[in-house]
Design a protein around this ligand. Structure first.
Ligand SMILES: NC(=O)c1ccc[n+]([C@@H]2O[C@H](COP(=O)([O-])OP(=O)(O)OC[C@H]3O[C@@H](n4cnc5c(N)ncnc54)[C@H](O)[C@@H]3O)[C@@H](O)[C@H]2O)c1
Length: 423
């Protein structure tokens, strides 16, 4: 029951289905059984409380029993990277074994893979594990791949009103059953094969990540040429072939999807004998992009040793408590390496950040973070940062603001600060 599993659960429960939320993490199950959200995502708390009261959402740490009673089983477990970048299917394999137990002796239940998996995984990992524990054959149970496209920070709206739905069906009956579940969702739906559906997710994330990196690279070049990259991007985006979304320079992409999905695609590609230069370059440009913020800071404050620097926003982006591969981790490491004292603030992600990283003082409020700081770096686009003004920045020792997320348009930059941004 992560961001994806909860989004799907809420969306289906709100449409009148009874959803059992299964997780092996006892803390998450306890919170869910009390009608509370185990993670921060706008709107989740209220929906989970309301749906739990109406017994539409039920929590369980046991897998086989709820599977036995279910018509459809969605697999939304994590699929992180292995150390070599390839897909780690440990959680998925374990979940499939437990689901397989529940399938035993039953017929025509549908298993839907929502986790992001590289093409071939459903055939090589999911189906064999389900078959081995259920003593059934695929076909006795249905199988679909239904990749998830939600954005953290917008998981509720994206789950309730998805932009599109991709159904990879192992057979027509499986696809029909999943399509019935999504009948009330008014958006384009595409039916395709299991492997194509798996690939669509990687193609999407690889393209979006490459767009972000393109904007970053362009910003880095424009900076050195003395050009305003926003004006270049604005002019460029007038071309009807170019959609401006994700063409926003900053400290680079993080999170639990783009980096690990790109690594998995690179690994898969190499495994079939093709070196994907574009994707590896997208990753390597992104890995050093946060250094642009550090460079801007050093230009203002060199040396950083002994300086107090505030990082505003510890999550990988605004609107979430998720710190997985957050650029705040990379920025904090660099600043500490240079001897700075780092103080961090985030409206929701401070607890997760502290679990993932030590050595950063955590401030309870944005004012506490700014007070006495020699500079601050805005790392995640939380709305509250765009409301900061001269009064708050006056708390700083020197009001140097390095903006990693385009918090303000040039005309709205607060008065009285020394403002620098990437690009
Ligand atoms: N987070 C996103 O924005 C997003 C968007 C699209 C796709 N995805 C994909 O969806 C999948 C899930 O991502 P997430 O961010 O929601 O993950 P997450 O890490 O937030 O949640 C995964 C959950 O699965 C649970 N789990 C692990 N093993 C289990 C098992 N055997 N049985 C039951 N529960 C088990 C974990 O305890 C955890 O609560 C991944 O493949 C990810 O790539 C995520």
């Amino acid at each position: 029951m992560g961001y994806t599993g909860l989004g799907t659960s809420i969306a289906l429960a709100k449409r009148g289905h009874t959803v059992t939320c299964v997780d092996t993490n006892p803390e998450k199950v306890t919170l869910l059984s009390k009608g509370r959200s185990p993670l921060f995502e706008p709107g989740f708390s209220g929906e989970i409380a309301a749906l739990s009261r109406r017994h539409r959402l039920i929590a369980s740490i046991d897998t086989p029993a709820p599977v036995r009673d279910a018509d459809i089983i969605f697999l939304s477990v994590g699929t992180p990277s292995q150390p070599d970048g390839s897909l780690d299917t440990t959680q998925l394999g374990a979940a499939c074994l437990s689901v397989g137990e529940g399938l035993r002796g039953r017929r025509r239940q549908l298993v839907v893979v929502k986790s992001t998996v590289v093409p071939g995984t459903t055939e090589s990992v999911v189906i064999p594990a389900l078959e081995s524990k259920s003593s059934l054959h695929a076909g006795d149970f249905g199988v679909c791949v239904n990749p998830e496209f939600l954005r953290e920070g917008h998981a509720l709206e994206d789950s309730l009103r998805p932009s599109h739905i991709v159904i990879g069906e192992r057979d027509r009956a499986s696809g029909n059953a999943l399509l019935r579940i999504y009948a009330g969702f008014a958006c384009p739906k595409v039916r395709t094969s299991v492997r194509i559906a798996e690939a669509v997710k990687y193609a999407t994330n690889a393209f979006l990540a490459t767009k972000v990196t393109f904007a970053n690279e362009l910003a880095n070049i424009c900076t050195r040429l003395g050009l305003d990259v926003d004006e270049v991007l604005r002019g460029m985006s007038l071309d009807p072939r170019i959609n401006p979304r994700h063409l926003v320079p900053g400290v680079g992409f993080g999170g639990s999807c783009f980096p690990k999905d790109l690594r998995a695609l690179v690994s898969l590609s190499r495994g079939v004998g093709y070196e994907p230069f574009l994707l590896t370059t997208t990753l390597s440009v992104n890995e050093r992009q946060h250094m642009e913020a550090v460079r801007l800071l050093e230009n203002e404050l060199r040396p950083l040793s002994g300086k107090r620097v505030a990082i505003l926003g510890l999550a990988f982006k605004g609107g979430t408590d998720d710190v997985r591969e957050s650029k705040a981790l990379a920025v904090a490491s660099e600043l500490l390496l240079r001897g700075a004292h780092v103080v961090g603030y985030d409206p929701k992600a401070a607890a997760n950040f502290t679990k993932a990283f030590r050595g950063v003082e955590i401030a309870a409020t944005v004012e506490d973070a700014l007070r006495g700081s020699d500079a601050c770096i805005i790392q995640a686009a939380w709305p509250e940062f765009s409301r900061l003004g001269p009064k708050q920045f006056a708390l700083m020792q020197t009001p140097i603001v390095i903006d990693g997320r385009r918090t303000w348009t040039p005309r709205r930059v607060p008065k009285g600060i020394r403002y620098r941004r990437i690009g």
